[in-house]
Ligand binder design. Structure first.
Ligand code: SF4
Ligand code: SF4
Length: 316
């Protein structure tokens, strides 16, 4: 049996961007004080913008492969083009002594599926590793931060998310830290699944709008699928009191635990403009609500959830 110390991985999620998820994550990082932080929104990494990181390490992410045809070996049979589902192969490549043209792969369109490589009778196609982006280890005032930048148009965000999470765990283990705080990607696609798989708990941040409710339902379904206890926090709740109640009832019916609401507060945007988490610079209503939120969830982060899918519902 392993005697490794338990490390809680709390993933802050939202069904779409712009709900205040990153502001909440950054403030929780301040309040936690000794967490390892991971920004898994690798398509649009925002956590570094409010945590003033100092980069310590930078690595290349080789996120997949692209096909390349060796023109001297291509006999222009066309089989690769016929089978490429992504229309990435064209008959306008350079010729050689025997042919005026050969086939060519458009690397921007190639998804690296490898079908052309497998079918080419001349073995004229190589699959070459591509640079998909970069990932970083940085220091912040609130703990080490793992973050990444995916190249535009690169389709391997799920793998990069997994890499960032793995690195965050390694840093936490090496430093003896017991909490990994993850700023998850928005939506419910592949990067979100990569962020949730094996996580300990989810905090879903939503806004009181019909789309907020719809996105939250999908997110909670995903958390439930992975048997991860979920908290729900309605941000800017006072913008629509009825909708807030409706969302909270729906969340409870779906098995999530409704936690502290956060009111609309211009101090949040003002703090963002200064590149600081709101609880670090303000004591207004939003900062106060996030502090209460932290006090409510904190006791549940020390131990693994129980076998009964413990929802983290505070007593009383
Ligand atoms: S399958 Fe091979 S030989 Fe045929 S066109 Fe494609 S690269 Fe050339
Ligand atoms: S690897 Fe797949 S997507 Fe890329 S060119 Fe070959 S068949 Fe098309």
């Amino acid at each position: 049996m392993s005697d490794a110390a338990f490390i809680c991985e709390l993933v802050v999620m939202s069904g779409k961007g712009g709900t205040g998820k990153t502001s909440v994550t950054a403030s929780l990082a301040v309040l936690a004080g000794s967490a390892v932080l991971a920004d898994c929104d690798v398509d649009a990494s925002n956590l570094p913008l409010v945590l003033d990181p100092r980069e310590q390490r930078r690595e290349t992410f080789t996120g997949g492969v692209r096909a390349r045809i060796r023109r001297e070996d291509c006999t222009a049979c066309g089989q690769c083009k016929a089978l490429c589902r992504f229309d990435a192969i064209f008959f306008d490549g350079p010729g050689h002594g025997r042919l005026p043209h050969t086939y060519r792969v458009d690397s921007a369109a190639c998804e690296g599926c490898g079908v052309c490589h497998d079918v080419c009778p001349e073995h004229a196609i190589d699959l070459e590793p591509t640079e998909g982006g970069e990932w970083f280890v940085s220091e912040t005032r609130f703990g080490p931060l793992l973050h990444a930048r995916l190249r535009p148009g690169h389709g391997n965000s799920g793998r990069l998310v997994t890499l960032v999470r793995d690195q965050a765990r390694q840093v936490a283990e090496a430093a003896g830290r017991r909490l990994i705080l993850v700023d998850g990607p928005p939506g419910i696609g592949c990067p979100v699944i990569a962020s949730l798989t094996g996580a300990t708990r989810v905090l879903a941040v939503t806004e009181p709008t019909p789309s907020g409710e719809h996105d939250l339902e999908r997110l909670l379904a995903l958390a439930r699928h992975f048997s991860i206890p979920a908290w729900v926090c309605v941000n800017k709740h006072d913008l629509n009191a009825d909708m807030t109640l409706q969302i909270e009832r729906r969340a409870a019916a779906l098995g999530a635990t409704v936690t502290e609401r956060i009111p609309y507060d211009p101090a949040v945007t003002a703090a963002q403009r200064r590149g600081r988490p709101v609880v670090d610079v303000d004591h207004g209503p939003a900062a106060a609500a996030i502090r209460k939120l932290w006090e409510r969830v904190r006791p549940f982060l020390a131990d693994p959830p129980g076998p009964q899918l413990d929802t983290g519902r505070p007593a009383g």
